[in-house]
Ligand binder design. Structure first.
Ligand SMILES: *[C@@H]1O[C@H](CO)[C@@H](O)[C@H](O)[C@H]1NC(C)=O
Length: 267
């Protein structure tokens, strides 16, 4: 019972990160104004759910971390009570002319609809692509920064923990783990478990891919021991030479004052 209550109450309190809620009062203040950022507006239920809602939410989170200035906004339409925002949806031609007002059953058929407003554009451009994370990000020209398993860059704490635990494993162990996780991922899992298993699987696959790539780039004789010793020696010799050379060059080159233009970037 307690769980049911929590699930039911969730959408009412959890506003999606980086998504602005718009209505007929705030819409004209934020959308389509000259000199303002572009806005991607989603028209949907007041409390949207399902894959498309998840995709929009995920895109908003990526946009927040990107260098894009695009605002993500949502117009929540209700089909009961005050019939909130049906006027806004009609204004953008999203309600069929012959329909007096939207019913609950219309919502799944007609929505979500996503419109993109460039600065100065008051009509908006209807997004025709699939409402998926990849589709919307491509439309916005944003590349998601994902966890780099080689450098740890853009990885969250959980992913870094996984990378550390994977780094000590042999290829056989990694292969076994892949098998186990793939099997578990194919099963029905609780939401939290699903997140954990799929997260682990994604990191593991990336690691395996990076290893495969590294192996391909390494010539077969690279593991031949005498060659490796020789190679290390050669490398050290080259490294020392370079260091000496660079040191000498630094001593001989007169110090130059930095260019003015570099100093005058601010104010
Ligand atoms: C704007 O929205 C409010 C609240 O839903 C509504 O009462 C009002 O009639 C709307 N205004 C116009 C001009 O449609």
């Amino acid at each position: 019972m307690w769980r049911l209550v929590v699930i039911w109450a969730l959408p009412a309190v959890a506003a999606d990160y980086n998504v602005i809620n718009l209505d007929n009062a705030t819409f004209p203040l934020l959308v389509g104004r000259r000199g303002w950022p572009p806005v991607l507006v989603r028209f949907d239920r007041e409390y949207p759910f399902g894959e498309k809602a998840d995709a929009f939410k995920a895109v908003a989170a990526v946009v927040a971390k990107s260098s894009s200035s695009t605002l993500m906004a949502s117009v929540g339409i209700s089909t009961y009570g005050e019939k909130q925002n049906q006027d806004v949806a009609r204004r953008f031609g999203l309600i069929p002319e012959d329909k007096e007002e939207l019913q609950n059953s219309d919502m799944d058929k007609l929505f979500p609809k996503i419109l993109y407003f460039k600065p100065g554009d008051l009509e908006g451009q209807l997004y025709n692509g699939k409402v998926t994370k990849a589709g919307l990000l491509k439309f916005l020209g944003i590349e998601e920064k994902t966890c780099d398993v080689l450098t740890g860059e853009f990885c969250n704490e959980e992913q870094k923990r996984q990378l550390t635990s994977l780094s000590g494993k042999s290829p056989e162990e990694l292969g076994k783990l892949l098998e186990t996780l793939t099997k578990r991922s194919a099963q029905t899992l609780k939401k939290e478990e699903r997140k954990e298993v799929d997260g682990q699987l994604a990191v593991l696959k990336k690691v395996l891919k990076a290893q495969k790539k590294a192996k391909k780039q390494k010539p077969p004789w690279a593991d031949f021991a005498p060659w490796r010793v020789l190679q290390r020696g050669t490398l050290r010799f080259a490294h020392n030479r370079l260091k000496r050379g660079a040191f000498r060059a630094a001593m001989e080159e007169p110090q130059q004052a930095p260019r003015r233009s570099l100093l005058q970037t601010s104010c």
